[in-house]
Write a protein that binds this ligand. Structure first.
Ligand code: FAD
Length: 387
């Protein structure tokens, strides 16, 4: 039974809109720093994109900011049991990108060199090495691969619950089933948020509303160019003789990927036919395209039975890179959204960054290049290692 919505307390120094990985991580880091923070989630915690994620965590990116955010987050995932606490099933068997195009090989060679300079232990592999590491892979057409052993995957809902429990332990208020319906501002300053069950006075709002962020930005006249894009995932029945230590394997050209999930495999792929929209129904046309690619790149997996699956939403920005910063037009409206498929893994570091932006100190990672104004000033910065 859905619990009756509780009236939120009348005041908080900072209100966070959205209870996914970004909102709960921000709540934890702010509460730990002694800030009076309230998180408002209209549904259940993690009920948005976070619980639909494949759980991949990595630092193998092309943009130095994403490499830094990934590295910082990996370190936080590794220590999650101590801070904030909780088991997140972290498996660090590496990310393996399979490459079948000379341009992609050249781009990954240069990304790997950059990653190495920034402290990521990634390396290029030949096709035989890649197939030995991920024995389901058919080498046909492959030219090379890139691998990083520290990457891996963990359980998104557990991360959210860990951050939420940690935030509460430091005094944060978290209200579920509490939709923010409006943001009040006067003379360019935020004065509060409206919810169905009452108003909360506040001077600072953080938009952590994922694929729904554009609507939150509209509440305060800040255009956030974030659009929802459906992505689908399948989980197989138990796979006999699952190779131990199987990496998160991605066929970069097709975006088909798989990684171990319990006794089976979690598999996914983007759909070039997909249009932007909030539809999260399962789709048979995608299934046909998925099966065709899987049969080509990992023929033994085409035989595996499917236990269940789901669809969720990527929060897409125009350059497939996050949109993080503080609005210049209204004080103080902060936003962290548009993660375009890599928001789960950046959750820990972005929570630290948001804490620092609220406190007015230099952020843990310099995210000035991710400010939303980049789109108006032709300073977009495409992230190439996206799937
Ligand atoms: C199939 C799939 C696979 C993915 N795989 C990965 C992966 O392997 N690795 C990775 O890093 N990322 C992955 N992602 C992307 C990742 O899930 C997202 O980038 C990330 O979860 C975004 O987190 P968030 O907290 O910003 O948003 P969300 O988790 O969507 O949270 C936003 C919350 O805001 C709430 N909300 C919205 N409007 C309001 C309002 N007005 N009032 C109150 N609450 C509101 C929503 O209910 C929602 O719970 C994947 C996504 C999908 C769909």
């Amino acid at each position: 039974m859905t619990p009756a919505p509780l009236r939120p307390p009348p005041h908080a120094e900072v209100v966070i809109i959205g209870g996914g990985v970004i909102g709960t991580s921000a709540a934890f880091h702010l509460a730990e720093a002694g800030v009076d923070v309230m998180l408002l989630e209209r549904d259940e915690l993690a009920s948005g994109s976070t619980s639909k994620a494949a759980g991949g965590v990595r630092a193998m990116f092309s943009d130095p900011v994403n490499i830094e955010l990934g590295l910082r987050s990996l370190a936080a995932f590794e220590r999650f049991g101590e801070r904030p606490g909780g088991e997140i099933d972290l498996a660090q068997h590496g990310y393996l990108f399979l490459l079948d195009n000379p341009d992609d090989v050249a781009a990954f060679e240069s990304s790997v060199a950059l990653q190495n300079r920034l402290g990521v232990p990634s390396r290029m592999l030949d096709v035989a090495q890649a197939c030995a590491m991920s024995p389901y892979v058919d080498p046909d057409g492959l030219l090379a691969a890139a691998f990083s052993p520290r990457d891996g995957h963990c359980t998104p809902e557990a991360v959210v619950q860990g951050y939420a429990a940690g935030a509460r332990a430091h005094g944060a208020v978290i209200r579920r089933h509490c939709e923010v319906t409006g943001i009040a501002a006067a003379d360019g300053h935020i004065t509060g948020v409206r919810t169905a069950t009452g108003e909360v006075r506040t001077g600072t709002v953080i938009c952590a509303a994922g694929a729904w962020s554009a609507a939150v930005g509209d509440m305060v006249g800040v255009p956030l160019p974030v659009r929802p894009l459906r992505r689908q995932v399948l989980v197989s029945e138990p796979v006999p003789d699952l190779p131990p230590g199987l990496p998160f394997t991605i066929d970069f050209g097709s975006t088909f990927y798989f990684h171990p999930e319990g006794p089976g495999l979690l598999m996914g792929m983007s759909d070039p036919e997909e249009d932007f929209g909030f539809d999260t129904s399962r789709n048979d046309a995608w299934l046909g395209r998925f099966a065709e690619v899987a049969a080509r790149r990992a023929p033994r997996l085409a035989e595996v039975g499917i236990a269940h699956g789901w669809a969720g939403l990527y929060d897409m920005s125009p350059d497939h890179n996050a949109v993080v910063g503080e609005a210049p037009s209204v004080s103080r409206f902060l936003y962290a959204t548009g993660f375009s498929g890599h928001g789960f893994l950046q959750g820990p570091a972005i929570g630290e960054v948001l804490r620092d932006l609220v406190l007015g100190r230099p952020p843990a990672v310099d995210v000035s290049g991710l400010d939303v104004r980049r789109f108006a000033h032709d300073r977009s910065r495409p992230e190439r290692n996206c799937v």
